[in-house]
Write a protein that binds this ligand. Sequence first.
Ligand SMILES: NC(=O)c1ccc[n+]([C@@H]2O[C@H](COP(=O)([O-])OP(=O)(O)OC[C@H]3O[C@@H](n4cnc5c(N)ncnc54)[C@H](O)[C@@H]3O)[C@@H](O)[C@H]2O)c1
Ligand SMILES: O=c1ccn([C@@H]2O[C@H](COP(=O)(O)OP(=O)(O)O[C@H]3O[C@H](CO)[C@@H](O)[C@H](O)[C@H]3O)[C@@H](O)[C@H]2O)c(=O)[nH]1
Length: 469
Amino acid sequence: MKIKNICCIGAGYVGGPTMAVIAQKCPEINVTVVDINEKRIAAWNDKDVENIPIYEPGLSKVVDEARGRNLFFSADVDKAIDQAEMIFISVNTPTKAYGMGKGMAADLKFIELCARQIARVSTSDKIVIEKSTLPVRTAEALKNILENTGNGVNYQILSNPEFLAEGTAVEDLMDPDRVLIGGDIDTEKGKEAVEALVNVYAHWVPKERILTTNVWSSELSKLTANAFLAQRVSSINAMSELCEKTGADVNEVAKAVGMDSRIGSKFLKSSVGFGGSCFQKDILNLVYIAKSFGLNEVADYWEQVIIMNDHQKRRFAANIVRTLFNTVAGKKIGFLGWAFKKDTNDTRESAAIYVADYLLNEQAEIVVYDPKVKEEQINADLDYLNTRSEKENRQRIKAVNDPYQVSKEAHAVAILTEWDEFKELDRKRIYDEMLKPAFLFDGRNILHQSSQKAIGFKTYIIGENCDLL
Ligand SMILES: NC(=O)c1ccc[n+]([C@@H]2O[C@H](COP(=O)([O-])OP(=O)(O)OC[C@H]3O[C@@H](n4cnc5c(N)ncnc54)[C@H](O)[C@@H]3O)[C@@H](O)[C@H]2O)c1
Ligand SMILES: O=c1ccn([C@@H]2O[C@H](COP(=O)(O)OP(=O)(O)O[C@H]3O[C@H](CO)[C@@H](O)[C@H](O)[C@H]3O)[C@@H](O)[C@H]2O)c(=O)[nH]1
């Protein structure tokens, strides 16, 4: 089957970059990305390609090449669905904030709305692809909705989870470790649909890296991959606390452990805690699924990854308070970084939000510099927690455009995101502008204890033994 028109529902961090790369690599296919958020669509269509709503290294170049040629962004969802032979569903699947499964299960209301819209609008056969991360067996529910419309349209449902990481999305999409496609490989129609999607990716991904499985394996593999990755971060973070007590250095431990080829060196960087829209949400979802099958030990095992992560964020914040003579009330604390990792403007579940919330409870005054995050977003992140009034949040936290403003008369500076530019800052200048003793808290392990000491800082680096503890 030759695909001529692709529609993607959801123009977010996944839908936007993924479709831009498909369009760039498959010039003969028209790719239309649709969203109900008209403001987001307008930003994707902004004349100045640097204003697209998502910051990812290399993305504006890809969009610039394909946009208007075979890549389109539109708010006319019905039209794009009707015209496409292949529809990706790439909408958000946040943790449920109400009702049964509140705080754990994935909220599938956006997915269901998409399925109902596809069922209502379609007049020709469609391949419907789960691009969003979904609980195992969601395809069954989609099938039920789509196949009960009685309008004679045939649907094939595939699972094609996305493994890109933010900050390296374009790189990951261009050169993925693997592309996973789950489909109904026991039927002719199912095989045809899988083949059609394989052919799209085969434009640039070597065939041996395109893995086909049954739908349930594909759905569950995505949750499993994220659980394993997050588990590594929690594992090294657990060791970071032990390192601080014993004189071991977490970087050295990570290196020594990672050189074992069975363990591998990636994802062993100790930090103030993992953030991002996926890890916590997907593990909670996994825990919920395990519990719903009565697998309590399995659920408890994975939940520990989240418990450890919450502990890591909290202990970083508590350590700041303890070190600053047990009070930060009225004290200026400078934050370098707010995004959940470098090279992205995404702040969802960023550790910085929780550290700030803790310090604001202690009545600190926080000043933030992040090269890609605006004050508006910082305010929205804190307001969302609902810990205090919006007015109080506005009074106590400010964003600045110059990293050196963060240190001006600050009692402490904390590094919350590992932006490369933070490594290049003039530390002597920062030190000179701070109140003394000048405390520096490195939550990303990017500094070296000895060189900070030489300047005069009192430094805490996560996972390193230091005189502040
Ligand atoms: N962000 C990542 O790095 C990443 C990576 C892999 C997988 N995922 C998964 O991909 C999915 C999407 O994540 P995201 O980060 O792109 O989310 P996002 O919030 O950035 O984007 C989702 C978009 O879907 C739109 N939307 C919701 N319902 C809609 C509807 N009925 N019709 C049209 N548009 C609708 C929203 O307006 C929003 O713009 C999630 O399931 C996530 O877990 C995310
Ligand atoms: O050694 C490490 C690696 C990561 N992190 C932190 O972990 C979080 C997540 O980082 P990363 O996984 O690089 O970014 P995401 O964009 O959240 O990507 C994850 O989540 C996506 C959404 O499901 C998946 O597609 C990706 O494969 C998976 O890596 C960030 O806060 C990082 O700072 C660490 O603290 N130490």
